[in-house]
Design a protein around this ligand. Sequence first.
Ligand SMILES: Cc1ncc(COP(=O)(O)O)c(C=O)c1O
Length: 421
Amino acid sequence: MAEQSAALSPLLKQATPVLAARGEGVYIFDEDDRRYLDFTAGIGVTSTGHCHPRVVDAAQRQVATLVHGQYTTVMHRPLLQLTERLGSVLPQGVDRLFYVNSGSEAVEAALRLARQATGRQNAIVFQGGFHGRTMAAASLTTSGTKIRAGIGPLMPGVVVSPFPYAYRLGMSEEEATEFALRELDYQLATVSYPQDTAAIFIEPVLGEGGYVPAPAAFLRGLRERADKHDILLVVDEVQTGFGRTGDFWGHESAGIRPDIVITAKGLASGFPLSAIAASQSLMEKAWPGSQGGTYGGNAVSCAAALATLDVIEDEGLVANAAQMGERLQQGLAGVAADHPGIGDVRGRGLMVGNEFTAPDGSPDAETATRAHKAAAEKGLLLLTCGPHGNVVRMIPPLIVTADQIDEAVNLWSQTMKEVAA
Ligand SMILES: Cc1ncc(COP(=O)(O)O)c(C=O)c1O
């Protein structure tokens, strides 16, 4: 059981009662050496599992060599190597990189770039999207009012359009896509004049907003509109990138080329590192001095990111995420078939959500919370998400095996029986 330090902010809410002593692969061990199956992966960060030996080795060697080589003062090899290496996984031509430390910072950087490059102010976002907690990122965020409440005035120039959330809308995926694209056109006709619109920000799978994949036709529709009006398409791949969805990038299967890619989380297996990528010509349109920062591109984080890329490649983790994600969704759909309170099981790759719905169709956060808590007691660590907190999400590391997926589904099944009793 976790101790709560009296000196910590009382506002911090801990999702599980675990005091983690060490991590190994898919498992976290507490101080009594109790083993937990970690299907949270540090909110989708520990892509190669906890303390992957190759990531640990790369980081340890780098710590002993150079920890901080501030990259606008001096240059260092890990950053140069990582930049070159990322070029091979980024969309063709979208390969000029600017490094910062967190997802929110990278979102801010993407917005600055988009505004300066286009000379336009507005950003269009989709309802339920999460882009971070810093002031501009929070202004782009609508995954729950708690991120925005009481801190206003927020940044002006943000227009919120509906996301094709088929289950919530009670529509098929095609209907929801058509609806959301029609509404986007309506926003461009009524609220955000295209020539005032710098960028469209989209998460390929809504994260905090409830683990809802954006249909490929929707992403293609965004690309068409962006092309038509010279608006930049920014894909926020903070959570969906680096193999998480069973493709290297979450937007990949839609066959679109974004203008700006935002990456963080899985990029360095737990070391703080984030980046934006754009073409040379787009980056050149930003103003001198508009990019920088003390800690961005930390040498140890870059070394860890390089090792992460090696592991993803050598262990075939993108394909593993696709296969294991399929197995997880199938298993969870089986559990949901016995529990009508789980109204929808959905996701892409190893980003899978179970949405809890009351018999009258309203969101059932209470049962989701009980299930989440009961699962932790059984040794399965999960998270909740969604604007109402009624989605239990599962995000295991990409190294997860079939046996571990089956173990989790089995624990989830036991959990649901207990919760339903
Ligand atoms: C899609 C997305 N964008 C941005 C962020 C913000 O990242 P950070 O918490 O590192 O600031 C998150 C974090 O969950 C995210 O999932």
